[in-house]
Design a protein around this ligand. Sequence first.
Ligand code: SF4
Length: 375
Amino acid sequence: MAGIYVHIPFCKQKCSYCDFHFSTTFEKYRKQMIDAICKEIELRAPLFLSNEPINTIYFGGGTPSILHQHELHQILSTIHTYTNSHKVEEITLEANPDDITDENLDGWKQEGINRLSIGVQSFREQDLQWMNRAHTVNEGKNALLLAQKHGFDNLTVDLIYGLPNLSNKEWTNHIQRLIELKIPHISAYCLTVEKKTALHKMVQHHELKMPDDEIQAQQFEILLNTLEKAGYEQYEISNFSFPEHHSKHNSNYWKNENYLGIGPSAHSYDGKNRYWNFANNSRYIQSIEQNSQHYELEQLTPENRFNELLLTGLRTKWGVNKSILSSISTLTTDFNTKLNDFIFTKDIEMNENEQFYLTTKGKLKADYIASELFV
Ligand code: SF4
């Protein structure tokens, strides 16, 4: 089963830590962009998916909750017209708390959205201020209550840890708030300072001091322990859920299923190639309008596929299977030695079927371990 990702590349304002592709000039391109997105679906979906059923649709960004209901309707009807969407089980919309109103929630329900991903990020006002988020702590809390009141039980909330001056106690309280609200899915990310962001400048100018690695690691462990005690399962390094509440869409990525990415900067994957849509709004619109190629194509070598499987698989509870890896590329002596070393240091465990996973200790350095095993 395949999935469709739609990237809405507009935000009300620029968050200081963000390096995603978006623009704050929505009004200028609004209609053109929605039309281009629909045209891309019409042009690409029938060929790319060849009538393969899709089971998930995901609106990400940027800020998809910025869309008017009729725009969302236009995109979804185009998807339903040009794809085999009879088996769609999950339609997710990323929403910022300041867009969560009675009117929007009713509209999203009418359009068939059945999962909301709410970007709360922090329950400390001072964080939301330096992050330049468009909402307050109260708006964040009220948004969750309002969404639940409207029957959106399938909620996921984003939180960030490893923030400047965030104590372990405060971080525990942030997690507890979501537990008390019985939020069924939580995505928690460690703050990273990306180049060319306002946060990068603030850190360089000593206006903000990042915590050291030890504190970030402690907060990761607090996250694991607190959520585990509350009945959540960590099914991916940054993703936790009650049973039956995994993100179907993201699980498709991690299980190496095909997906079609629509909109500027969106990626697609068909098992052999990766496609990268132009990450420039006007260039994207122009190319779509002129029927010229609007993406770059990367043919994946066996080495690329091997490494990607390791990188994504090791981040999940399902882990990676040695025989699947060996069917893609020969397992070298170096790979086997390193794998055994990680098993010896208890960073990795392997079962009798040669399926191997990261231990809690290993999860603290998942990307490093994966890169050590790369071919
Ligand atoms: S709302 Fe999301 S995508 Fe937009 S700037 Fe903020 S973090 Fe980035």
